[in-house]
Design a protein around this ligand. Structure first.
Ligand code: SF4
Length: 368
């Protein structure tokens, strides 16, 4: 290990306040892409800080995670779809999506000869996928155990998904228990499923590349399987996860440059519990937006902070983006009303805000 690595380990240890790094899983990796511009989240994730613990220490616990009811419903639906060697899933792929699925081989990689050790399971996943890629044989691989390196740490991914080989390409099948009603599902849930599937696609692509094959042997098209119209009958929808993959790869590359990120922080910064914790967290810039509420454990703390300083992000990411470099609602109002003189870089935004304010006055005046 080099001196630089040792120094970095020491810095990360200090940031975490001496606690061990939190392991990533597919959900936490997928969430990395939800707000890539947030330095606070970037630092905490790179250092492996337990954000859930930190939020509780700050007095802003987040009610993250699924309810027991949703977990049970999800498990029942998944077991039904995968029963009898994925019989129902195969019917769905053949009949509903019109895929020509040939004779089927099904391998469950969850347990190896009664042994659930992660290294052993990952080795078996590698072996079976290598054979399938060479021979074109093998169709369904249930519970493949994948690995992905995040900021120098290896994260094991234990997806419920299935890797499905069709015409020499592997597709990820993600089974979710939220309903598709009249062909529509909750967009936020579909977006979260797409982000999570992209993590599996990337991990599978890296494994396929390690095995000496082209990464595009893993397709960017995944199949999302959900219950249809509140029944337990499954339906499948193809999803193109290329945009999510691009964001994920960019964000992971950013996290590997962790020494640079850490180098820009105050040298004695630590997220150790104590009176100084809120100040330490505020020392790292955040970019709060309402969608943080569904993707980050720090959301209640950051929302409180953003509201207290009237940050434009509290109005939503699109409003903040439309306002360019104007970070506070007070500044936006001052520019719109002409009570604040804009700096050179905000001159154009100020003109647009004044025009919008004038139009609003005219419309409201007309209505009166
Ligand atoms: S909740 Fe806070 S730390 Fe998390 S992504 Fe949003 S702004 Fe960043």
């Amino acid at each position: 290990m080099s001196d630089t690595d040792t120094a970095l380990d020491f810095d990360l240890d200090r940031l975490r306040g001496g606690t061990p790094p939190r392991n990533h899983d597919a959900r936490t990796i997928a969430a990395l892409t939800a707000n890539p511009g947030c330095a606070r989240r970037g630092v905490m994730d790179a250092a492996g800080v337990d954000k859930d613990f930190l939020a509780r220490e700050l007095g802003f616990p987040s009610p993250f995670g699924q309810s027991q009811f949703a977990i049970t419903r999800g498990n029942v639906f998944e077991a039904q779809v995968k029963a009898d060697g994925c019989a129902e899933l195969l019917t769905l792929l053949r009949e509903r999506l019109g895929l020509e699925v040939p004779e089927v081989a099904y391998d469950d990689l969850e347990v190896v000869a009664g042994n659930e050790g992660r290294e052993l399971r990952h080795a078996r996943t590698r072996r079976l996928l290598a054979r399938a890629l060479e021979s074109g044989e093998g169709t369904l691989f249930d519970h493949p155990l994948l690995r992905l390196e995040i900021a120098g740490q290896v994260a094991y991914l234990e997806p419920d998904v299935i890797a499905f080989q069709l015409r020499g390409r592997l597709h990820v099948i993600e089974i979710k228990s939220f309903a598709v009603v009249d062909g529509q599902a909750e967009p936020e849930q579909v977006a979260a499923a797409a982000r999570q599937s992209a993590v599996y696609v990337l991990a599978l692509r890296r494994l396929v590349a390690e095995l000496g094959h082209r990464p595009d042997r893993v397709s960017h098209e995944v199949f999302l399987v959900c219950p249809e119209n509140f029944s337990n009958r499954p339906t499948a929808t193809p999803l193109d996860v290329r945009p999510q993959l691009a964001v994920l790869e960019r964000q992971l590359a950013r996290l590997t440059k962790i020494d640079r990120i850490v180098g820009e922080l105050p040298p004695d910064l630590t997220f150790a519990p104590g009176d100084a914790l809120p100040e330490a967290v505020r020392a790292v810039e955040a970019r709060y937006a309402p969608d943080c509420m569904s993707s980050c454990e720090m959301a209640f703390f950051c929302r409180d902070e953003a509201r207290a300083c009237g940050a434009t992000g509290t109005l939503g990411r699109s409003v903040r983006d439309d306002l360019g470099g104007v970070d506070s609602i007070g500044t936006a109002l001052g520019l719109a009303e002409g009570t604040l003189e804009p700096s050179d870089d905000l001159a154009e935004t100020a003109v647009q805000l004044r025009t919008a304010a004038r139009l609003r006055r005219e419309v409201l005046g007309g209505a009166a």
